[in-house]
Design a protein around this ligand. Structure first.
Ligand SMILES: [Zn+2]
Ligand SMILES: [Zn+2]
Length: 385
């Protein structure tokens, strides 16, 4: 062994010994551990403050759930947050989406409305958590929840006790969540006191949106320059089902909700800056259905095949965006789950023939799209990185 090699070996040994000694010190000294924990908390809180997004005169769209009911370890169910003009409005609260939203460190106390596109479980399941957690975060007024009314043509199947299904609107759904969380709210107020948890903040107020005619929209939110209106999409037999048009400081974003390729949506998407559109790859769904058939679960295979006819393929969504001259198309509500690069590549097959380079983004939980007011700029960032 030469002198240089011997010196390097000694240096490495000393470094390892110092590292082990440091680790042993941290492991055995509680005061040192507490000090490190305090510094870590302070660092995370300082880095995590996103309140400036509320007042920076930009329209921010944050994806808090880009998955579907198919199990997906990295995507929550449907959720899109609108952050602008001092407000946060949540479009759909799919299961798992509160957890994703909370990890992004947005000022949840500023949530003052939830809008449902329709009442499928993958769009409403986390309403209770959004309500209670935004209240804990500081919301002092009731949470307004907007969504479709009762279905128009009801042919209710009856259960063994004669109760009908398919007769509820948003008011019923909201009443059900309020009842389910009533005990939680009472215990929290008793525990923390009304100075910290204003009982008004525990209330949910439902607003059933009047069904708009084709070609027209109904305004559901209009405060401090942030305007959101509902228009019809086609998610038959789920009727009515809404898409939402979001406007702030001259910028326009469309959120499709669940729909098959739809002319009315295309009309409202005309010249929009961003179209956040659901997407189901039918070829991949059929492949999954065949696999389920062969694995002896034809019941699940039928469910998967049934979903194909009321969603939009990535290529169809790209065609809508191209024809409507939308600047950026963002895919969400992805079916099926896309756990690796090959599946993501297969999912987008054919899209590049319709949309140019950089005009399409495969959405993911944590994606924020920012549109500064009075500009044409579109910026993207990842709030979960
Ligand atoms: Zn649906
Ligand atoms: Zn859905």
């Amino acid at each position: 062994m030469g002198r240089k090699t011997r010196f390097a070996a000694i240096a490495v040994a000393v470094l390892i010994a110092l590292g082990l000694a440091g680790f042993a010190a941290v492991w055995t000294m509680p005061a040192l551990q507490d000090g490190l924990a305090k510094r870590a908390v302070a660092g995370r809180l300082a880095a995590g403050d996103k309140s400036a997004l509320l007042t920076d005169k930009a329209l921010h769209i944050v994806l808090c759930g880009t998955g579907s009911p198919m199990p997906d370890p990295v995507r929550a169910n449907a959720c899109t947050a609108v952050v602008a003009g001092g407000h946060i409005v949540i479009i759909d609260t799919g299961p798992g989406s509160w957890s994703k939203f909370s990890q992004m460190r947005l000022p949840a106390g500023a949530i003052d409305a939830v809008l449902f596109t329709h009442l499928h479980s993958d769009h409403i399941g986390a309403l209770g958590e959004f309500a209670v957690q935004s209240w804990i975060a500081g919301r002092k007024t009731p949470l307004d929840v907007f969504g479709p009314g009762k279905p128009e043509e009801i042919k209710p199947p009856l259960d063994a006790e004669g109760d009908a299904y398919g007769v509820s609107g948003t008011a019923d759904v909201v009443r059900g969540f309020a009842l389910a969380y009533d005990s939680d709210s009472g215990f929290r107020i008793a525990h923390h006191g009304t100075d910290y948890l204003n009982p008004e903040g525990a209330r949910l107020v439902a607003h059933e949106v009047a069904k708009p005619a084709l070609g027209s929209a109904v305004t559901v939110f209009d405060k401090d320059g942030l305007k959101i209106s509902a228009f019809l999409v086609n998610h038959h037999p789920v009727e009515p089902a809404f898409g939402y048009r979001v406007e702030y400081q001259g910028r326009v974003v469309i959120v499709s909700g669940d729909t098959k390729k739809n002319e009315n949506l295309a009309l409202f998407a005309k010249d929009a800056d961003v179209l956040v559109h659901e997407a189901l790859n039918a070829d991949m769904a059929r492949t999954i259905a065949e696999g389920l058939d062969h694995s002896g679960t034809p019941r699940l295979a039928k469910m998967v095949r049934d979903t194909i006819d009321y969603h939009t393929s990535p290529v169809e969504a790209a065609e809508i965006a191209r024809d409507a001259k939308v600047k950026l198309l963002v895919f969400t509500h992805l079916v099926p789950p896309l756990p690796n690069a090959l599946m993501r590549h297969m999912f987008l097959r054919g899209v590049s023939e319709v949309r140019g380079e950089g005009e399409t983004v495969l959405g993911y939980d944590g994606l924020m799209i920012s549109l500064p007011g009075g500009s044409t700029t579109i910026e993207t960032s990842d709030l979960l990185r």
